[in-house]
Design a protein around this ligand. Structure first.
Ligand SMILES: *Cc1c(COP(=O)(O)O)cnc(C)c1O
Length: 469
């Protein structure tokens, strides 16, 4: 009986929509979403009234404010973008789950420019006729790598797939058993080969493969000698694999194309900066490999893309293959890659301006100073429950690159007498913006290597919110 009294107090949808506050929401959010939200909030209230006992109903909040709060929360949730910025405090630079590489300033500008304006994407300004989208990237790619020709596709997985399809479909491709790798996300070399229509001829063993193994597997049907860089693991100890030079020499002798999937595809010798050596694209080009593929967003530090360089004859065949259209890049990627590559014209400076390279080559003493500074900021602004210290640690390159490299760093270690490390990790992850951290034993670790300028304050604010709970 008295439930009716409460039900009668529920506003009608039209009335609710006329509230001045709701009208304000209509200016901020799409009108249909506001109407949906208003209906939902009223329905929820009705549901609660019907479910509650009469005694509980007496204390039930039916004020206008309570409706408005619920509506606002719902609208915010619905209208928030799912893909959002977060703070990477893990120290893993090329974190595949967190978007791999972030772009340099000039690459970002190029992307925005391509997105906001018409461009000569496929228009030859000199001839006034249709042009090729590959042309924009090819000149700089060739200049930097020393290759004859180049092209760019959606990602390295599609570059490998396109190369195998265009160069070896229906024919045999020889590959060492030590290089049949799986990259994350179920990209497996044997599966990609079978999808491409190339017939895989495995040679050698897991740990040892000789050039004579390749030679013994040659038939009239052999179209490709394939070398895959074992990016994300290392076989150590009693091992052998033929050098690139040996493979190229054999390819020349018998007239078979040599292809290399380099994976990360680094353009600067990182050992100059004390980071583990990773074979460069230029070395593969110099060795005479016919077709080389690598990623745009791993050690190159650009947007997601697959780069292809090599002999013009093979690159041309790939460009003309019908599959090339299916794996082509969009103009924003193209713009981002071109601007990223431009920065490699000055090899001595690129590590200072390309964010991925900058983070990987950050000097240990600089990271230590930053860790201490962050620790001081946190310690002096947080209450007694928190203990903030710094300690030596190592960071990872990530992205299936340089799996053994341990980059020396100093981390900020946080423990709380009120909150376990796991709970703290959860609460930081639920923050806006989310903060992703490492846990070691019972401490949360923040690695300054991947924390961007200005994010220190946001971390402090998040910890203060944790404290206030
Ligand atoms: C990462 C990687 C790939 C896949 O590259 P994506 O750009 O992620 O598609 C293929 N091969 C190797 C050896 C790799 O390391």
């Amino acid at each position: 009986m008295s439930k009716n009294k409460y039900l009668r107090q529920l506003p009608k949808v039209d009335e609710f929509l006329d509230f001045p506050e709701v009208k304000e929401f209509s200016a901020m959010y799409p009108r249909p979403l506001v109407v949906e939200g208003v209906r939902k909030v009223i329905d929820d209230k009705r549901g609660t009234i019907l479910a509650l006992s009469e005694k509980d109903l007496e204390e039930f909040d039916l004020s206008v404010t309570s409706y408005l709060d619920e509506l606002e929360m719902w609208l915010k949730q619905q209208y928030a973008l799912s893909l959002k910025r977060l703070i990477n405090a893990t120290g893993v630079v090329i974190h595949t789950n967190l978007g791999r590489s972030i772009l340099s300033k000039s690459a970002i500008e190029a992307v925005v420019n391509a997105a906001s304006n018409y461009s000569n994407l496929e228009f030859d300004l000199e001839k006034g006729a249709r042009g090729s989208r590959h042309s924009h990237i090819e000149k700089i790619l060739v200049k930097i790598t020393g290759a004859e020709a180049g092209m760019v596709v959606n990602n390295n997985a599609s570059a490998v797939f396109l190369a195998l399809t265009a160069l070896a479909a229906g024919k045999e491709a020889i590959v060492s058993r030590g290089q049949l790798v799986e990259i994350g996300g179920s990209f497996r070399i044997p599966d990609v080969m079978s999808q491409s229509g190339a017939i895989m001829r495995e040679v050698g063993t897991t740990n040892k493969t000789y050039i004579r193994d390749y030679r013994a597997a040659l038939t009239d049907e052999t179209a490709l000698l394939l070398k895959v860089h074992t990016s994300n693991f290392r076989i150590v100890g009693f091992t052998h694999e033929p050098s690139l030079e040996e493979l190229v020499e054999l390819g020349r002798e018998v007239g078979v194309t040599v292809m290399e999937d380099l994976g990360s595809g680094v353009l600067v010798d990182l050992s100059r900066y004390g980071v583990e050596y990773e074979p460069t694209v230029q070395e593969s080009v110099r060795a005479g490999v016919d077709i080389i593929t690598f990623s745009g967003d791993k050690l190159l530090g650009g947007p997601q893309a697959g780069l292809v360089v090599g002999k013009a004859e093979y690159v041309e065949r790939m460009k003309k293959h019908p599959l090339a259209r299916a794996v082509r890049v969009d103009k924003m990627t193209l713009a981002g890659i071109e601007a990223t590559l431009m920065e490699y014209l000055d090899m001595d400076n690129v590590c200072a301006i390309n964010p991925t390279l900058r983070m990987i080559t950050s000097p240990a003493d600089e990271l230590k100073a930053r860790a201490k500074k962050i620790a001081r900021l946190l310690a002096s602004n947080l209450g007694e429950a928190f203990t903030v210290t710094t300690e030596p640690e190592t960071s990872k390159v990530g992205g299936g690159s340089l799996p053994l490299a341990e980059l020396p760093t100093t981390v900020v270690s946080i423990t709380s007498s009120a909150t376990s490390a796991h709970r703290l990790e959860e609460m930081l992850r639920a923050n806006e913006p989310p903060i992703i951290v490492r846990i070691k034993e019972d401490a949360v670790l923040l690695d300054p290597r991947t924390i961007q300028e200005g994010e220190e304050r946001e971390i402090l604010d998040a910890l203060k919110r944790v404290e206030a709970r």
